[in-house]
Write a protein that binds this ligand. Structure first.
Ligand code: AMP
Length: 282
């Protein structure tokens, strides 16, 4: 695996490959890699002849400086895991390489970015849109791989792709979970064993709510049930639980078979904020 730290270096490597008709796949990450990230890499390797992984903790998408400062870093292990997966290139830029000047270009993708995550993390998706646009321009992949785990992010990036005409196929990869159902996340590294155990409740709530809705339970009582479960937890605090249409991430009033509905949750445990989701009909 070749590690490139500058834009010039990675482009010098990729340009000749692109003209040889290789298929380039990009897996953007913020590092502290786990099995979820590696399943994106595996999907990429199945579709593409060249796999590029980026590790960059993007400051413009953090609305909370403490979260940015405490973001886990396991670079040596990450490099070993990517090498073991036969990744071709790791793009590992410094902040000054990605943002040589103050980031004064803004990408705003409309109302989808102010729902759910956008409401609780103002400016988050503007930062995601900016950094992903930069990666798309720098790497110019044929395919880019993102996780269902961040479902709203996926649809924001789809809007970005469609609005700015990036000729890139976007692939959504299923969420990888711990044996107890907890969605894998780099932030799980900041949980102690008791917190990890308790955080199972997030998946338990999502699966219980999904089952209830599929059995005809009303949206209102489903939401009440989730709030009650969280009230019974000493450590976990619910930030939101919403049942949304993925067209716009607005809450739905009724469950219709023809809509694509996601159950989305965000919760705090200690200093850590976790998100997860399930699709209702798949
Ligand atoms: P992050 O490093 O958290 O920015 O995540 C990088 C990519 O990995 C994003 O597309 C995430 O949606 C995806 N991802 C994170 N956690 C998981 C997971 N548990 N399963 C599948 N994909 C994931």
């Amino acid at each position: 695996m070749k590690i490139c730290r500058t834009i010039k270096e990675i482009q010098t490597e990729l340009n000749p490959l692109r003209s040889k008709n290789e298929t380039l796949g990009l897996v953007p990450t913020m590092g502290a890699l786990h099995r979820g990230h590696l399943s994106l890499v595996e999907s990429c390797k199945k579709t593409c002849s060249i796999t590029v992984v980026s590790i960059f903790v993007n400051p413009t998408q953090f609305n909370n400086s403490e979260d940015l400062e405490n973001y886990p870093n396991t670079l040596d292990q990450d490099i070993a895991a990517l090498e073991a997966h036969n990744v071709d290139f790791l793009f590992l830029p410094e902040r000054s390489e990605m943002y040589p000047d103050k980031a004064d270009v803004q990408i705003q993708l409309g109302s989808i970015t102010s729902e759910l995550e956008g409401e609780f993390r103002p400016g988050h998706f503007d930062g995601v849109g900016l950094v992903v646009s930069k990666f798309f321009n720098i790497i110019q992949p044929n395919h880019a791989f993102f996780g269902q785990k961040d479902v709203q992010q996926f649809y924001v990036i789809k809007k970005l792709r469609d609005s700015l005409n990036f000729p890139i196929d976007l692939v959504k990869v299923p969420t990888e979970r711990e044996a107890n159902g907890l969605a894998m996340s780099s932030r799980n590294l900041r949980l102690d064993e008791d917190q990890r155990n308790e955080a199972r409740l997030i998946y338990k709530c999502l699966s219980g709510a999904k089952e209830g809705l599929l059995n005809g339970q009303s949206i209102e009582s489903t939401k009440e049930q989730v709030v009650e479960l969280f009230n019974s937890s000493e450590r976990l605090a619910l930030e939101y639980f919403e049942i949304v249409d993925i067209k716009n991430f607005k809450p739905v009033n009724e469950v219709k078979d023809d809509s694509q509905i996601a159950l989305c949750i965000a919760a705090h445990i200690g200093q850590v904020r976790l998100i997860d989701n399930l699709m209702l009909f798949s």
